[in-house]
Design a protein around this ligand. Structure first.
Ligand code: HEC
Length: 190
């Protein structure tokens, strides 16, 4: 191997060739930079801003097709009878279980795990503050009544999940747990 002439305080260097892997990496980045430049800056490649605009347009289109913003609850599909919907959920054990699990996780703390009431009103009698019809119960759960301490759920639960909970609330209305909270609201049979 050739010893170079440079002398750094008595330290000399060999004239070693650059390792081939390093050289390969170097040429790959040079080629990549050229391809990148011609595709994204000269050619058709979409810039980050373009991709962002495309994604926004796709989202706007999706919202327009659905008719509502993502996460917004829709009461029922048009023409569907809310009573029949609730009965269908009650007849389907998987759906019923779904409603129960959601209720225990999200609602039991305020309405009692058996619906007997606590911070919120009991859900086991025929007295309702906001109406006992399935679509009224749906609307209240979706929108809540935040001033009175009932949170809105439409951002956390899908319409189908809210329907499952409505069916569970309607089921609770026919149960008689011990020590229910005093009735609130008006008697309403549906
Ligand atoms: C942070 C406590 C809290 C949680 C959690 C909560 N609620 Fe409520 N809820 C309330 C309060 C307080 C009211 C009474 C609102 C009013 O006076 O208008 C209420 C009212 C209601 C009513 C109306 C009762 C009536 O008599 O008309 C229903 C139905 C109901 N909640 C269902 C639910 C369901 C289902 C969930 C779970 C998805 C839930 N709530 C979670 C506090 C809560």
């Amino acid at each position: 191997m050739k010893l170079l002439d440079d002398d750094f305080d008595g330290i000399r260097e060999y004239d070693n060739p650059t390792p081939w892997l390093w050289l390969l990496g170097f040429f790959v980045t040079v080629v990549f930079a050229g391809v990148y430049f011609f595709y994204y800056h000269v050619g058709q490649g979409a810039s980050l801003q373009d991709e962002y605009r495309i994604a926004q347009a796709q989202m706007a289109q999706g919202v327009a097709q659905q008719g509502t913003a993502p996460g917004a609850a829709q009461p029922t599909t048009p023409g569907e009878d809310p009573h029949k919907k609730v009965l269908a959920i009650m007849a389907d054990s998987a759906q019923q279980k779904r409603g129960q699990v959601l209720y225990l996780a999200r609602c039991g703390a305020c309405h009692g795990h058996d619906g007997q009431g606590s911070v919120g009103p009991n859900l086991v009698d025929e007295y309702w503050l906001h109406g006992g019809k399935p679509e009224q119960v749906f609307a209240l759960i979706a929108d809540g009544n935040p001033q009175a301490g009932m949170p809105p759920w439409k951002a956390q639960l899908s319409p189908e999940e809210i329907w499952a909970v409505v069916a569970y609330v309607k089921y609770l209305a026919h149960t008689t747990p011990p020590n229910p909270k005093a009735p609130q609201g008006k008697i309403e049979k549906d």
